[in-house]
Each structure stands twice: as C-alpha cells, then as structure tokens.
Design a protein around this ligand. Structure first.
Ligand code: HAS
Ligand code: HEM
Ligand code: CU
Length: 573
C-alpha cells in the first residue's frame, strides 16, 4: 500500500503504477545528477584544505593542465557543491515527497521537461566554468565579469527550480480544492512552505541576473552597479541557505524519528517552524553586507534583529529533534538524562548520518549567530572562519543528511539493496570527523586573521602566512582534507555499488519511513488547534513575507537605484 495520507477523490486522479514508476525514475535522475556534481566538487575540496594547511599543490603538472588557477577550482567547488548539488537533489526530493504524501497524479511530461531544462542550464553554465571563462566564484560579484553563458545557464537553472515550485504549489491547491476543510498533511505542508519561501527569495537573484548581469555581460550596457548587484544577490543569498536546510529538516522531522524507532514531536510545532521560515527567511540579507559602504547602519541593525528572529525556528527544531530522538531511545529501553543516547540505532548508517549532521549544526548555528552580530562581524568577516561556518552548515548539516537520505532513498526508488552497509556507516563517521576537524582548523585560523579566498600557500601570501605561526590549526586543516577525501571515496563506493548492482530485490522492501506524531495536527481544520488553523493559509503567509521584504529592502534599494553607477567589468584571471 502507498504510505499516503489521503484517498484519491473523484475529481483528483490518484497516483497509478505507471506514473509512480516514471516519478521514481525522475527522482533518481535528479538525485544522481546532484551526487555526480557533488563528486566533482568534493574532489577539489581537499586541495583547498591543503592550501589552508600551507601546502601548495596547484603547481603539480597534472593540476596545472586541469585547472587554470586556484580560483577556477574554487569557483567549480562552490558552484557544483553549493548551487548544483543542492538544487538538483532538492528539486527531486521536494517533488517526490508531496506527491507521495498527497497521493495525487502529477503531470509527468511537465516534470520531465523541468528536469531537462535544469540540466540544460547546468550544461550551459558548465562550458565557461570548465574553460576558465567564468572564474567569478559562486557569488559572482560584479565588477568581476564572466562569460554570458555562465549567467544565462544559472538563470535557466533557477527558472527550472521555480517550475518545480509551481508544480508542487499547483498540486497542493488542487488537493485543497478537492478536500475542503482538511488540514494539509505535514510533509506536504513543509514542502509547500519551503517552495513558497524559495519563490519570494529567488526574486532578488532573478532581477540581478536577468536585468543587470546578462545584458551587461553581453555588452548591451556600459557597466553595472556592484552595490545594487550585491544587495540583490544577498536578498536571495541568505534565504538560499534555508532552501538548502529545510529539505534536511523535512527529513529530521518526518522520517528520522521513525528510522530511530520513535515519533515526531508535534505537527503543530513543525508547522509553526516552517511558517516562521516562510515569513522571516528573506528580510535579513544585509548581515552579509555589514562591511558594505552606502547602506545605512539602521537598516543593517534591523536586518540583524530579524536574523536573530529567524534563528528561533531552528531552536524549535533543535527541541523537536531532540525530543523525538529521546522518545525513540527510551522506547528501545534507554535510561538516564544523557545515557539514552547510546540506545539509538547507531548501526543504521542513514540514522547515524542525520544525527551527526545535527550535532555539527549545533556548532554551525552557533557560529552563524556570531557572524550575524554586528559587534563580532568585523572580526570574522572575510576570514577563514566563514568557510569554517558553512562547511558545518551546508557542507554537513545539509550534505551529510542528504547522504544519509540516499541510503534509504536509492533502495526505495530502485528496489536494490544498500551495498555494504558497514562501509556506509564508516563513510558517515569519516565525513563527520573530517568536517569537525576542518571547522576547528578554519575557525581557529579565521580568528587569527587568515583571510578566506586566498591562495595563502603560494607566492606573495605565503611569507605572511608562514610568519603567523599557525602550525596546529594548519595541520588540523590539512589533515581534515585527507579525512574528507577518504570519506568521499567510501561514500561513493557504496553509492555506485548500490546503483550499478543488477540485483533488484523487491521494489516494495524499503517504504518511505513516515513517522507518527506524538501530538498530531488532526484531520479537519474545524477540529484543529488555533495554531494549526492559523498556519494553514500558506499563500496569505507568503503575502506577509513579501510585504515584509518590501518594507526592509525598499528603503535600502531605492537610493541605490537613484544613484546607479555604471562600473565596467573586469577579468582578473
Ligand atoms: Fe550562515 C555566511 C549567519 C545558518 C550557510 N552562511 C554563510 C555562508 C554560507 C552560509 C554558505 O550573519 C557564506 C556566504 C559567503 O560565501 O559569503 N547562518 C547565519 C545564521 C544562521 C545561519 C544566523 N548558514 C546557515 C545555514 C547555512 C548557512 C543553515 C547553510 C545550510 N551566515 C550567517 C552570516 C554570514 C553567514 C551573518 C555572513 C558572514 C560574513 O561575514 O560574511 C542561523 O540560521 C543558524 C540557526 C541555527 C541554530 C542551530 C540549531 C540546531 C539544530 C540541531 C540540534 C541538534 C540536535 C542533536 C537536537 C540556532 C537544529 C541532538 C543529538 C543527540 C545525539 C541527542
Ligand atoms: C570553500 C574545503 C566540501 C561548499 C572551501 C574552502 C575550503 C574547502 C578549504 C575555502 C577556500 C577559500 O576560501 O579559499 C572543502 C573540503 C570539502 C568540502 C575539504 C570536503 C571534501 C564542501 C561541500 C560543500 C562546500 C560538501 C557544499 C555542499 C563550499 C563553498 C565554498 C567552499 C560554497 C566557498 C567558495 C567561495 O568562497 O567562493 N571548501 N570543501 N564544500 N566550499 Fe568546500
Ligand atoms: Cu546569511
């Protein structure tokens, strides 16, 4: 039987076997494309870690042939890992889940068209990236100017993600019409809230790329305003981190409890967390621009307080996640205030990956609060501290969760058994250990003043770097690169062996691990709590989000438009 929450109704066609099979194939395509991108991106990471260990490998003949410079490698690393891997995985994941949850038939032609569009965007952007014609890093700040194909490819990719958003929202609205008065099932609720947040978030990037960067890179305008471009970039650039995080939260809330042997804490609280992310994720981007001139301090301060506010739903999540893990461990006979932790099913690689991802995020989140504080920001901004921060957020909380999800999702989609579960478990511990070491080394170096995005191990920078006497954190960082390389080899050995094995055991043997809730939301809105009723109208909450964004960005952007500067492009590589 399908693990669905709702029976198909007369007006809504349910998911038939042929559609389900096509949907599973599509989800597999999204996920495998994502993990191929990550594989290439992650091969470059250890080289950068060696750089921050004071070891320069970029002069080796083979690397000189492959990479035009440290920065071409860094651009590929940032784009493939943070932009391509995440977006492909999330697009597949957050289409598959609500469709299964609602048990409703999507238009598969449209869904495949979207995947192909996204892939076309990726290939378009890949050409200038690989030929060293868009070495502009994953933030592509102007006046650095890449080849137009890079911006056009990126725009197509983002447009494709918005098509997935549109399809999911469309399916949800169709379900609402067919089931008046019903509470949206919680997995669908989380997915729709995340997609709607992403729609509001993407507006900044779409305007930046379509209105400013594409015409400029094509030579149609005589320059571009870097400050306005950065502001539009961070309009999207902060909430994009929640677009990476919330799909992992979906797993932590809805699936991990079951995998651990327990229950989700509260559907109402879960909905509150996602409603808060929908409203408060976007109006905070200036916390990336505290050092930018020509932005009033009062607006930076307002964005700072809103940033602290958007940390609240993560704190709610920490509470819920801990509660459901404790519930699971006590159900398995766990005792004591802390002792119960030992009773979690640590032999299960999927569960272990996700719990370790959470542990890393305690430190990643705490570091984020430091970054957001205007008083601390000047100490950490543009230092190695920042890559330290985001490798235990996107690089672990998100990535290690998705790796763990793959351990059940691939068997679920293909009917093939997970190859080498013990290797899978080992890969997860290696990744966690590597990233914690990496974060330690990089945060430490950052506090000592080592800048990010610098080939410190080479040429001019090297003498200064060597004179800083950072032997211990440098050694830790270099070692972390080696540990992470091993982790990646183990993980991909398991993934490819599973995917390429010919033996199909039983297509139904791995169901979606949907958890029950200790405190469910109820079926009908009339019978539901005020919290559930007030969080149900997601479109109205999206409207509130939009109004808030206009309120806190309007007065920041208006003077930039009034003083638009035409700055010519530069090619520094
Ligand atoms: Fe960040 C820079 C502030 C979260 C990613 N961030 C970055 C960059 C990236 C990034 C990629 O304010 C670099 C951009 C660039 O290239 O310039 N960040 C924050 C804040 C949060 C935050 C306040 N960041 C994230 C997430 C990311 C991410 C999530 C990706 C997925 N970040 C900043 C700021 C900067 C920044 C500044 C700019 C810095 C600069 O100067 O340039 C918050 O959302 C964090 C809230 C999170 C928590 C933690 C909750 C903990 C949980 C786990 C519980 C664990 C349990 C385990 C229960 C408060 C949910 C129990 C286990 C058992 C065994 C029992
Ligand atoms: C940057 C290492 C995996 C996303 C960096 C930097 C290092 C590094 C040392 C800083 C370079 C600099 O500032 O000059 C590694 C290692 C990895 C790894 C050793 C594991 C094998 C990941 C993953 C993600 C990721 C999984 C995301 C999913 C990024 C991003 C940047 C970055 C977005 C910033 C690029 C920029 O500043 O333009 N990485 N990384 N990395 N990494 Fe990783
Ligand atoms: Cu941010």
């Amino acid at each position: 039987a399908l693990p669905s929450q709702s029976a198909p109704s007369a007006s809504l066609p349910g998911l038939d076997a042929a559609t389900l099979s096509s949907l599973k194939t599509l989800t597999q395509y999204y996920a495998v494309t994502a993990f191929i991108a990550l594989m290439i991106g992650v091969l470059l990471g250890p080289l950068q870690a060696l750089n921050y260990g004071g070891i320069n490998v970029y002069d080796y003949p083979l690397l000189k042939v492959l990479l035009g410079s440290y920065y071409q490698g860094l651009t590929l690393h940032g784009v493939l890992n943070a932009l391509v891997f995440t977006q492909f995985f999330i697009s597949g994941w957050m289409l598959y889940l609500p469709v299964r949850d609602l048990n409703i038939r999507p238009n598969m032609r449209f869904a495949w068209f979207t995947y192909l569009t996204m892939t076309a965007g990726l290939l378009t952007a890949a050409v200038p990236l690989l030929t060293n014609n868009a070495t502009v890093l994953y933030t592509f700040y102007p006046p650095l100017e890449g080849s137009p194909a890079f911006y056009i490819g990126a725009a197509i990719m983002v447009a494709a993600s918005l098509l997935v958003a549109g399809q999911v929202v469309w399916l949800w609205l169709a379900w609402k019409r067919a089931h008046p008065g019903r509470v949206t099932p919680v997995v669908t609720y989380m997915s729709v809230a995340t997609w709607l947040m992403w729609v509001v978030a993407a507006l900044g990037l779409v305007v930046e790329v379509v209105v400013m960067l594409i015409p400029w890179s094509l030579g149609l305008t005589r320059g571009v305003d870097p400050l306005l471009a950065r502001t539009l970039f961070w309009w999207t650039g902060h909430p994009i981190v929640y677009f990476w995080l919330l799909p992992a939260y979906i797993s932590w809330y809805a699936f991990l409890p079951r995998q651990a042997g327990g229950r989700m804490a509260s559907e109402g609280l879960t909905r509150l967390a996602f409603a808060m992310f929908l409203v408060f994720s976007v109006p905070v981007g200036l916390h990336h621009q505290y050092a930018d001139p020509n932005v009033q301090n009062s607006w930076k301060l307002i964005h700072m307080f809103l940033t602290f506010l958007v940390a609240v739903p993560s704190l709610l999540t920490a509470f819920s996640a801990a509660a459901s893990l404790e519930d699971a461990a006590r159900a398995r006979g766990g005792r004591g205030v802390i002792g119960w932790v030992r009773r979690l099913p640590w032999g299960n690689a999927s569960m272990t990956a996700q719990v370790l991802a959470m542990v890393s995020f305690i430190f990643g989140g705490a570091g984020g609060i430091v970054n957001a504080s205007m008083a601390f920001s000047p100490v950490v901004h543009n230092t190695a501290w920042i890559p330290g921060h985001f490798h235990i957020t996107v690089g672990t909380a998100t990535t290690l969760t998705f790796m763990g999800v793959m351990f059940w999702l691939v068997p679920h989609l293909t009917g093939k058994r997970l190859a080498a579960p013990r290797l899978a478990l080992a890969s997860v511990w290696w990744w966690f250990t590597g990233m914690m070491l990496f974060a330690l080394g990089m945060h430490w170096q950052g506090l000592a003043g080592v800048p990010r995005r610098v080939q410190v191990s080479a040429s001019a920078g090297q003498a200064v770097y060597d004179a800083m006497h950072l032997g211990v954190p440098k050694a830790i960082t270099a070692a972390s690169g080696v540990v992470l390389f091993v982790a990646a080899v183990l993980f991909y050995a398991v993934l490819w062996r599973t995917l390429l094995s010919r033996r199909v055991d039983d297509p139904e043997s791995t169901p979606i691990p949907t958890s029950e809730a200790m405190s469910p939301a109820g079926e009908t809105l009339a019978g539901a709590s005020p919290l559930v009723r007030r969080t149900e109208p997601l479109l109205a909450l999206t409207f509130v989000a939009l109004v808030l964004v206009i309120l806190v960005y309007g007065p920041v952007i208006a003077p930039m438009l009034a003083n638009y500067q035409f700055i010519p492009g530069q090619r520094l590589w």
